[in-house]
Structures are given as structure tokens and as C-alpha cells.
Design a binder for this molecule. Structure first.
Ligand code: SF4
Length: 395
């Protein structure tokens, strides 16, 4: 029997182990995903969450997802965002425009940017180096969380360098951490099925992360599920991420969300609903005994289920996401102000705290407002309304 097959043990025995601090196996996680009672899973996940994080606090951050290009050589079937090279709707955001978006982010209390694109074949390594220099020199205060493993892999192939060499060059230019995008499900069959394999095999995705961690960069780990894969594939994903974390300790957080199918090439895949989302979240909290933070995904699940995730093992609501283009291209359109985020967290019974991008510390409103004051001139008229919700100190 594969160790991803469900364990014959009962869910009660497995939960007892998890609560006693014993590591649960992939097969046991599979059993919990299959048969665990949702509320039992949630209660156990909360106890484990409280061991890793302050039980009174739930955190969030403010950053902006800047999709610098939508041109992509790949054709992932779950993706509604990309345009092939030469397509009339393909774009590359100019540096000045990226700078304007960074200034708006700072003016809106943001602490970081997440730069992620399609895999644009026309961009040489020097483009990325110049972009990072531009950002570091002009906006040294902003955290630069950029380029997921498929972008790094493509650059490495194009420039005939190793993953570590590419990452080292980008780090030297100002890269601070990399996002966990592009993982989807780290299991061969489903990656081949949904055409995610060419952009990065499971081993390649993991190796980019391994090399980043070896260079001292922290990264996130993600999982997007509900594309028609079986539970064993999700459990395999858990196992691979946990094994790398044992090796490097470089993941700050695990973030999972469900596939959004609008405008994608997988319109007939049945939707994954809240029960399965919360169950998966809780089991991931029980499984990842070596990853401190778990995010709940209000961007894909909506605010109410996102908030409920705080009762199923998550300690963090993720980002306010001043701008997001990828899941919104596939049909998820949720927006949130800082006040609303804090209200959601308070209503769930926790003290809200804005955090830095790598969870190093909490930041105060006064701290971000002082930085924001320098950039308020950058706000476009449409952003002023958002600013008044985000920035109580703005006149
Ligand atoms: S998911 Fe990423 S790599 Fe795949 S087609 Fe979309 S932009 Fe390209």
C-alpha cells in the first residue's frame, strides 16, 4: 500500500496523536481528510494552532500583488490570467508604473509587494535585475517578495545557470523572499493533466525553494486544489512540503486555496465548497508540525469562510491585497479594507495585528501611517476613498 493511501487507524486515534504532539503520517492525514468529523478536526487544529502561535492574536498584512506581465509561454488549464506571446492583450507594466503602484501601496499602509508574472520569454535576466535595483534604490522600505519557482526555473534554463545561481544574482539585486506560487498540487499525474508540469515538475518546484532557503531567503508554500485530483495527490503534496521543511526550515507559512474555475480550461470541474476547504485547512494544521503559520484564504473563499478559517487552524488572514489579478481573472472578486479586516478578526474572537511580510514582527498603525504620509501624494483620486478606510489618520 502506498504511504499516501488512507491509514487503517481510526480518526480518534490519529487526533489523539496529533494533540499529544506526535507527528501524523501522510496516510493518517489521508484518513482524516476522508473520515474526520469537521468540528472534531477544527477543535484539534485550534489546539495545535495555539501551540505554534499566540492564542489571543490573529494577524494579517497589507501588500500588493503586482502582476508585471501576463504574457506566458505556458498554458496551464486552470489559468484564466495568461496571454500567449504575441497576443494583443499581452502586457508588460513599465517600471514607472510599477513605481507608482509601490507608492500607492506605501500610501495605503502597505509593507510589501508581491511581484509575479506569467513566464514571459522575452525578458532576460537583466530585466529582473534592473527591476529589483529600481525598486530597492527608490523604495528601500518596501519588502520585495518576488518571482515564483516557474519564473526562476525558466530564467535558469534561458540563461544556462543553476537555480541557485539565478536566485543568488536576484538576491544580490534586492530580492528578499519568494512566493510559493506555481505549486498547485505537487504530484506528477495531476500536474501533467492540467498542463502545469512543463512550468515546473514537483521536484523542480521544491528545488527552487531548497536553493532559496539555502541562500537564507524565506518563502511561503502554497497548495491550490480541487482541479479533479484525488485525495492521495493532496496528501502527497503535504508530504513533500513537510519533508523539505524538515530539511531547510525555510517556509514561513502554508497557504491553501481552492481552484476558481471561471474562464479557465476546466469549466466542468465540480466546485470545492466550504466544508472541504475547512476540513483541508484543519488537517494541514495537524500535519504541518514544522510550519509555524497557516493562512486562511478570504480572497478565494470569501470573507465569511475566510474568517471561519480562524476557527479551523489558521492564525493569519493573509493580505488585504490592494491589487490582485490572477484569481480575479478566474472569478473571485473580494475586496477588503484594513478596518474591515480588523473587524472580521475581532468578531472571530482575536486581537487583530498587522504584521511584516515575513512574520518577523507586528507593525503599528502609527508606524505605517508615518511611512504612508510620505507617499500620500501618489494616490489617484479613485484610491482616496480606499485610503480613508485604510488610514484613519489621513485628513
Ligand atoms: S499559471 Fe502561471 S505559468 Fe501557468 S499559464 Fe498561468 S501565468 Fe502561465
Amino acid at each position: 500500500m502506498s504511504h499516501f493511501a488512507p491509514s487503517p487507524r481510526s480518526t480518534a486515534e490519529i487526533l489523539d496523536d496529533a494533540l499529544a504532539g506526535r507527528r501524523i503520517s501522510a496516510g493518517e492525514a489521508h484518513r482524516l481528510l476522508l473520515d474526520g468529523n469537521l468540528l472534531d478536526l477544527g477543535l484539534a487544529a485550534q489546539q495545535v494552532r495555539d501551540r505554534h502561535n499566540d492564542p489571543a492574536v490573529a494577524s494579517y498584512n497589507i501588500d500588493r500583488n503586482i502582476n508585471y506581465t501576463n504574457v506566458c509561454v505556458y498554458k496551464c488549464r486552470f489559468c484564466a490570467f495568461y496571454r500567449p506571446p504575441g497576443h494583443e492583450e499581452g502586457y508588460l507594466v513599465p517600471f514607472e508604473e510599477i513605481g507608482r503602484k509601490v507608492e500607492e501601496t506605501l500610501a495605503l499602509n502597505g509593507t510589501g509587494i508581491l511581484l509575479q508574472g506569467g513566464v514571459n520569454p522575452d525578458l532576460p535576466l537583466s530585466y529582473y535585475v534592473d527591476l529589483l535595483h529600481f525598486l530597492r534604490d527608490r523604495y528601500p522600505a518596501i519588502h520585495r517578495h518576488c518571482f515564483s519557482p516557474p519564473e526562476i526555473k525558466f530564467l535558469a534554463r534561458k540563461e544556462r545557470k543553476s537555480f541557485g545561481e539565478i536566485l543568488g544574482i536576484l538576491q544580490e539585486a534586492g530580492l528578499m523572499s519568494i512566493p510559493g506560487g506555481g505549486a498547485e498540487i505537487l504530484s506528477d499525474d495531476i500536474r501533467k493533466e492540467v498542463l502545469a508540469y512543463p512550468k515546473a515538475s514537483p521536484e523542480e518546484w521544491l528545488d527552487v525553494m531548497r536553493q532559496a532557503h539555502r541562500l537564507g531567503m524565506r518563502t511561503t508554500a502554497t497548495m491550490m486544489y480541487g482541479m479533479g485530483e484525488d485525495l492521495a495527490a493532496r496528501v502527497e503534496h503535504f508530504e513533500r512540503v513537510r519533508a523539505l521543511q524538515d530539511e531547510t526550515g525555510g517556509f514561513t507559512a502554508f497557504i491553501s486555496w481552492t481552484f476558481q474555475h471561471e474562464h479557465t480550461d476546466l469549466p466542468d470541474v465540480p466546485e470545492t465548497y466550504a466544508h472541504e476547504y475547512l476540513r483541508t485547512l484543519a488537517v494541514s494544521r495537524l500535519f504541518f508540525d514544522n510550519i509555524q503559520h497557516l493562512q486562511t484564504s478570504w480572497v478565494t473563499q470569501g470573507k465569511k469562510i475566510g474568517q471561519l478559517g480562524l476557527a479551523f487552524g489558521a492564525d493569519d488572514m493573509g493580505s488585504i491585497m490592494i491589487e490582485e489579478n490572477v484569481v480575479s481573472a478566474a472569478g473571485a472578486h473580494y475586496k477588503m479594507s484594513q478596518d474591515e479586516m480588523e473587524h472580521l478578526i475581532r468578531a472571530a474572537g482575536f486581537q487583530p495585528r498587522q504584521r511584516t511580510n515575513l512574520y518577523e514582527r507586528f507593525v503599528t498603525r502609527q508606524e505605517t501611517a508615518e511611512l504612508a504620509a510620505r507617499y500620500r501624494h501618489a494616490l489617484t483620486p479613485e484610491k482616496r476613498e480606499l485610503a480613508s478606510a485604510l488610514l484613519p489618520v489621513v485628513a
